[in-house]
Write a protein that binds this ligand. Structure first.
Ligand SMILES: [Zn+2]
Length: 77
């Protein structure tokens, strides 16, 4: 039983042992800001259907809408 994703490599260790998964429905990304801005700024929601994890090094990665991220950074700095 091989659940690894064909053609997918880990961004950090280049392992091919990558599996799909989920990090939860309310996953959010907060662009790095100063402390106050981090509280006031809104997060960008992550697309849950694109979660991956590396079986060898533990790196987890995901994907979000780049237009939403750019707009978020423009708005909240
Ligand atoms: Zn890895």
């Amino acid at each position: 039983m091989d659940q690894t994703v064909r053609g997918m490599y880990c961004l950090r260790c280049s392992s091919k042992q990558v599996v799909r998964g989920s990090i939860g429905e309310s996953a959010r990304f907060y662009p790095l800001r100063g402390f106050l801005k981090a509280i006031l700024g809104k997060p960008v929601f992550i697309k849950d259907e694109h979660s991956h994890a590396c079986l060898d090094c533990g790196l987890v990665w995901n994907e979000l809408d780049t237009a939403s991220l750019k707009e978020n950074i423009r708005t909240f700095g």
